[in-house]
Design a protein around this ligand. Structure first.
Ligand code: GDP
Ligand code: IMO
Ligand code: MG
Length: 423
């Protein structure tokens, strides 16, 4: 049996949470493989809206196991809040959620370090989510991290050593925080964590595969935020690309099956960093307004622009995407024309290759198509799509060379069109 991987192809917030929820009935297990509470995955169904940060988006369907993999960084305080909110909504979390022993713990001092480092960067700050993601992965790679499995063995000593190291670093950055309160809350949350099933997830995941169980791996962030291939240094601190599912769950590369690549019909980015197709005009503002483009976690305004096919072809290549899923198509319903950036002009030279430096001298070259001016939000089959939208899909499939198998026309679970049933 192989695992399928679902991940974002842009700068995050593509709609991963919604689609994982929609696809979950086809699977036995849903597993998050990287990131942490920097993620905000939104799901809507039966008139209710939920935002998940660390818990996989398969939690609302019935009977599936959800796993927080070793590649994830977990903040016990935010986890406890998220878990309790779900339990109070009747979700049977304690029997369906499993957490890897090898997932790293976000400490209160990691969050303080995140803030202090951003402050130090001044105008060149990354615009992080402030959740301590960078410092926690730094400790992991620097071999100083604290893992979930440590809460059962020698925890006090390890915690104190890590805390002291962080305090020294904070002092060196000119910060002298009083952590008494946040530390107390965090230690209580560590106790809370002990109620959950804490597992050797790589062994469990591979056993499930041997037993013929179907697994969906859920990515967080997006490929343009990948620490190796994204718009460095304005990225997150994990591998958000498909390879991250191998290292973040202990799955061998030859066990990867379908790779679902999710993208919006346009493009957004939150935080600092280059964004070649960003629109600073009324069109960008209109997309933001109609698409409600405000961060699910931080509430920050998302920057908006036209779809960038140069970047998409690059991330499709990096991930080996086998199926594309287009989200938020309805947001473009009211535009006279829609544009897609198909190449960049850099210092007078036109290229379709994604360049090393996207910060300077990039001029997007657009193809412009007729808009559809039809409300698609209540459509239930691809046959109902207006001709202009069908043309947009055909154009994207031709330029990206991968089939679009799902089209989303609204935030609700039901507003999802399986193109394979309808073509
Ligand atoms: P994620 O981080 O990739 O899971 O995406 P987010 O939840 O951060 O952001 C996606 C936002 O778009 C959420 O508010 C969703 O409810 C919403 N959304 C998802 N799909 C659609 C869609 O097809 N149309 C519209 N209008 N909204 C959508
Ligand atoms: P989901 O899973 C969009 C961005 C931050 C910042 C950069 C680094 O909801 O798609 P970090 O806190 O990770 O150190 O911030 O990455 N970022 C996201 N942007 N969606 C996300 O997650 C993001 N997670 C991090 O805004 O620019
Ligand atoms: Mg999000």
């Amino acid at each position: 049996m192989k695992v399928d991987v679902l991940l974002g192809l842009q700068w995050g917030d593509e709609g991963k949470g919604k689609v994982v929820d929609v696809l979950t009935p086809r699977y036995d297990i849903v597993a998050r493989f990287q990131g942490g509470p920097n993620a905000g995955h939104t799901l809507e169904f039966e008139g209710k809206k939920y935002v998940l940060r660390s818990i996989p988006s398969g939690i609302f369907q019935h009977g599936q196991i959800n796993i927080i993999g070793n590649g994830v960084v977990l903040d016990p305080v935010l986890f406890a809040e998220e878990a309790e909110a779900l339990i109070s909504n009747g979700i049977d979390l304690k029997h369906t959620l499993k957490i890897s022993k090898k997932a790293h713990l976000i400490m209160p001092t990691h969050r303080l370090l995140d803030a202090a480092q951003e402050k130090l960067k001044g105008d060149s700050k990354i615009g992080t989510t402030g959740k301590g993601i960078g410092p926690t992965y730094t400790d992991k790679i620097g071999r100083n991290g604290l893992r979930v499995g440590d809460i059962f063995h020698g925890f006090d000593e390890r915690y104190k050593a890590a805390k002291m190291r962080h305090i020294n670093l904070l002092n060196a950055l000119g910060e002298t925080p009083d952590i008494t309160e946040i530390e107390k809350k965090w230690l209580e949350a560590i106790e809370y964590l002990k109620q959950y099933e804490i597992i050797d997830s790589e062994i469990v995941v591979n056993r499930y595969l041997t037993e013929g169980k179907k697994i969906l791996c859920e990515g967080a962030q997006g490929s343009m935020l990948d620490v190796d291939f994204g718009s460095y240094p304005f990225v997150t601190s994990s591998n958000t690309v498909c390879a991250g599912a191998c290292t973040g769950l202990g799955i061998a590369p030859n066990k990867i099956g379908e790779v679902y690549g999710i993208f919006k019909a346009y493009c957004t980015r939150v935080g600092s960093g280059p964004f070649p197709t960003e629109l600073h005009d009324e069109i960008g503002a209109k997309i933001r307004d109609i698409g409600h483009e405000y961060g699910a976690v931080t509430g920050r305004e998302r920057r908006c622009g036209w779809i960038d096919l140069v970047a998409l072809r690059y991330t499709i290549m990096l991930n080996g995407v086998t199926q594309l899923i287009m989200m938020k198509s309805d947001v473009l319903d009211g535009f006279k024309t829609v544009k897609a950036c198909n190449a960049y002009r850099i210092n007078g030279t036109v290229t379709k290759d994604f360049p090393y430096d996207i910060e300077h001298d990039i001029e997007p070259i657009y193809d412009e198509m007729e808009g559809w001016n039809v409300d698609m939000t209540s459509m239930t089959s691809a046959e109902q799509f207006p001709e202009q939208f069908k043309n947009y899909i055909a154009y994207l499939e031709q330029e990206l060379n991968v089939p679009i198998t799902i089209v989303s026309v609204g935030p609700d679970r039901m507003q999802t069109i399986d193109m394979r049933n309808n073509k």
